[in-house]
Design a protein around this ligand. Structure first.
Ligand SMILES: Cc1cc2nc3c(=O)[nH]c(=O)nc-3n(C[C@H](O)[C@H](O)[C@H](O)COP(=O)(O)OP(=O)(O)OC[C@H]3O[C@@H](n4cnc5c(N)ncnc54)[C@H](O)[C@@H]3O)c2cc1C
Length: 373
């Protein structure tokens, strides 16, 4: 990680940018599908983000913000506007009372931050080990796994606000975090460019609440499990499921989970068991509702691991990951996703919602169907 790069409030000043024309986007994503960006630029400072925003306005072009590309489906036609890849680096670690604050540039690799926290004996991020992508991507869908979400530790986010044309700071409470979403993905999608994030961490024991982790440490006294052991356990579980990006493993050529786990009322959960003809798994969310594993719905709807449809398929390691088997187009992936959503809906009356962002699809019927509730 590089030294902290100071973010300045430079909405009206700053460097001129020189976007490149026709840059392929597929290689910048984990799914590896889609066409080029009409214009592309990397922004290493908030000033450069402001300059890119100004450039896109001057050219009357839409702008898309790219992080690590691990949660994106890019249209085969590409993106007819300016793609700004956020490459703002830097990490600064300071103490505030009992908390250690990590102030991290949005372009840093997420897993490097998790590793740095664990190495310092700081709890709060260990269950989020192995998730690909950038730090700036994590608040967008309130990244979560194995019993932790980034909203548990995010103290503040510095953003370039494209509506107000200035750099500002949002507290964690102002980010509108909920299960796999936030205001950055919801009502204010496209408005804010995340430039840096402050995480507040504490020394303490790891979180071992998720069933897979509890099973892994069964027989150990709760206080004896270390942060390092939990990180290694999470990485091992994720590798088994194809959820750690590995260039040599086509099962990881995905966006991770393609669909979110539906959260339903207890009545809907009971009806689901009747439709399935057996007890349906579900995890109480604490507000009287139940989270149902989308993977279970998909398998029960008839999509086995390894199912193929042309050059797209269901991962052989996890039914929730749709993979590019090699040479797939985004249309191949969408056709498979639509088939899955339709069959789950017919069988269980439940509308799966996709997790990734769809880029460059204007008025596309498949995307409209996938994103409707
Ligand atoms: C193998 C695999 C496993 C995964 N496992 C998990 C998991 O366990 N839990 C989980 O929650 N996710 C998981 N994901 C999804 C993904 O890794 C995360 O959502 C990640 O945080 C996305 O970050 P990114 O930088 O790659 O964002 P991108 O994919 O580049 O972008 C995703 C969205 O965020 C926006 N965005 C990105 N950076 C910024 C920024 N700086 N400012 C404003 N908007 C921005 C983009 O515009 C886009 O809308 C997984 C993905 C893969 C491929």
């Amino acid at each position: 990680m590089r030294e902290w790069q100071r973010v300045q409030n430079g909405a009206h000043s700053g460097p001129a940018i020189q976007p490149q024309a026709g840059v392929p986007l597929a290689p910048l994503t984990t799914l590896g599908v889609g066409g080029p960006a009409r214009w592309f630029v990397r922004a290493t400072t908030a000033d450069a983000v402001a300059a890119a925003d100004r450039w896109a306005r001057d050219e009357s072009l839409p702008m898309f913000v790219l992080g690590g590309g691990s949660n994106l489906v890019i249209a085969d036609a590409g993106f007819d506007g300016l793609v700004v890849q956020i490459a703002i680096g830097g990490i600064e670690i300071g103490q505030q009372g009992a908390e250690t604050v990590f102030h991290v540039g949005a372009g840093e690799l997420w897993d490097d931050v998790v590793a740095a926290a664990v190495a310092r004996g700081l709890a709060g991020l260990e269950c989020l080990s192995g998730i690909p992508g950038s730090v700036g991507g994590t608040p967008v869908q309130n990244v979560g796994a194995y019993g932790q979400e980034v909203s548990d530790t995010i103290r503040e986010v510095t953003v370039f606000d494209r509506a107000a044309v200035r750099v500002t700071t949002l507290s964690g409470d102002e980010c509108g975090f909920a299960y796999r979403t936030s205001r950055f993905k919801g009502n204010d999608a496209g408005r804010f460019v995340i430039c840096d994030v402050r995480f507040a961490l504490r020394s303490g024991p790891p979180t071992v609440t998720y069933p897979d982790l509890v099973a892994m440490f069964a027989g150990r006294s709760p206080g004896s499990v270390t942060l390092h052991e939990v990180r290694e356990a999470v990485l091992a579980i994720r590798r088994r499921k194809g959820m750690v990006v590995d260039e040599s493993d086509p099962d990881t050529r995905s966006v991770g989970s393609f669909f979110m786990n539906p959260i339903v009322t207890a009545e809907v959960h009971a009806r689901l068991a009747a439709a399935a003809g057996s007890a349906a798994p579900g995890f109480p969310t604490g507000d009287g509702r139940v989270k149902i594993p989308a993977a279970w719905l998909i398998e029960r709807a008839g999509f086995a691991r390894g199912h193929r449809r042309g050059r797209a398929g269901v991962s052989s390691k996890h039914p929730l990951a749709l993979v590019n088997l090699g040479g797939a187009t985004s249309r191949d992936v969408l056709a498979l996703a639509v088939e899955i959503k339709r069959r789950v809906s017919d069988r269980f009356g439940m509308a799966l919602r996709p997790e990734p962002a769809f880029v460059g699809f204007d008025h596309d019927p498949d995307v409209a169907y996938l994103t409707e509730a």
